[in-house]
Design a protein around this ligand. Structure first.
Ligand code: MRU
Length: 366
């Protein structure tokens, strides 16, 4: 995607061939800055502190993190400890473990002297494949949006096609394009009159800060709403479809995504609004069935609930306290939407029912 006319990815190998560049997402939308990651520790810290975030991007950062660790020490012990260090940074998105395992599988059989180049190539391949998968998700989602828009009654044909999204599953959450936002970008570019309701997504406000930033840069009409507004809008016919991303999808199609996604799915179900989840294959956890029982939900700092970050009139990015001194906060970062509330999963291979049969139909016994 372009920022001020320049095409960006969220992560790249720097020209020196041995350090990694990323966009610092903690300062957006107020300040666009990049950071250079030179060690495994810096990569782990960037994931933990959400300089980079979003399931696919976490995975690619982890893959490059292993490359950085092997540059410092290509031994088996270094590979094992870097794997553990990176894998422990954020527990919910399965892409991280998937990408780390992919790099480890390639480099472990090699002599130490060949490991860095192999890790670099594998991380780059994961990044490139992510871009291709997200673009394909965009095409499949576009077809769905076009069909839904065309099937509206004649008196509504002139109105914008209203899509609601939660959190940020755009290009900033991936390497490029995004998952849930890819169909939106494709629809906008194809001339569909699309408008996006952007859930602010408390507590970290990835919707208000990142999704709104992305959509604004692409010129996609959008409106930021508080998280609690979605149900009301659906009751009044102002949402044609909901589309979100996912951090982990179980083999039966339960979907774990940013906290609050489940409530949107309930409201969509109650109002017969289609609820789509966009995901690349790297987000499917074939090892588990029951998302509510089996997916580890990250509990983040209560300070993200008790405080909020924004820009002061003087232009300083600052954090202010919302709650009374002494009131405790609790901050589960994700929730699980059961498969029965999902209209369809939109993958790079097409859209399917959220079920084991649906996923196996696309991926076999992957
Ligand atoms: O905590 P975050 O910002 O990493 O959460 C991101 C999400 O919940 C996204 O919806 C998910 O990772 C899918 S990104 C394509």
């Amino acid at each position: 995607m372009k920022i001020d006319g320049k095409a960006w990815r969220t992560i790249w190998l720097e020209p020196d061939g041995c350090s990694i560049g990323v966009i610092d997402q903690t300062l957006l939308p107020h300040r666009f800055t990049t950071r250079t990651l030179r060690s495994c520790e810096e990569a782990a810290d960037a994931i933990r502190t959400m300089v980079v975030r979003g399931a696919p991007l976490i995975g690619v950062t982890g893959a490059y993190g292993l490359m950085l660790a092997l540059q410092a020490d290509p031994s088996d012990a270094s590979l094992a400890s870097a794997f553990e260090q990176l894998n422990a940074t954020r527990p919910t998105a399965v892409n991280l473990r998937w990408a780390l395992e992919r790099v480890r599988t390639v480099v472990a059989p090699l002599p130490p002297g060949e490991r860095v180049a192999a890790a670099r190539a594998e991380a780059a391949a994961i990044a490139d494949e992510d871009v291709a998968m997200c673009e394909a998700i965009g095409e499949h989602g576009l077809a769905i949006f076009q069909r839904l828009a065309a099937s509206r009654p004649p008196e509504r044909q002139g109105e914008p096609f209203n899509v609601l999204t939660h959190c940020n599953a755009g290009w900033l959450a991936t390497v490029d394009w995004g998952t849930a936002l890819a169909p939106i970008y494709k629809a906008h570019r194809s001339g569909l009159n699309i408008h996006v309701w952007v859930d602010e997504t408390r507590p970290r406000n990835q919707g208000a800060s990142l999704t709104a930033y992305e959509l604004g840069r692409e010129g996609v009409p959008h409106t930021v709403i508080v998280d609690n507004a979605g149900g009301h809008l659906m009751q009044h016919g102002q949402v044609d479809a909901v589309i979100v991303g996912t951090d982990r999808t179980t083999r039966r199609g339960d979907v774990c995504n940013k906290i609050g996604t489940y409530l949107k799915a309930l409201a969509a179900h109650d109002n017969a609004v289609p609820f789509y989840v966009a995901l690349p294959a790297s987000t499917i956890d074939w090892q588990i069935d029951d998302g509510i029982a089996e997916i580890p939900i990250e509990a983040r700092s209560a300070s993200e609930v008790t405080h909020i970050q924004g820009r002061s009139p003087e232009g300083t990015i600052t954090s202010v306290q919302l709650t009374p001194d002494g009131s405790p906060g609790f901050n589960p970062a994700f929730d699980v939407t059961p498969a029965r509330l999902v209209t369809a999963l939109i993958t790079e291979r097409g859209a399917v029912e959220a079920s084991e049969a649906g996923l196996r139909g696309l991926y076999g016994h992957a």
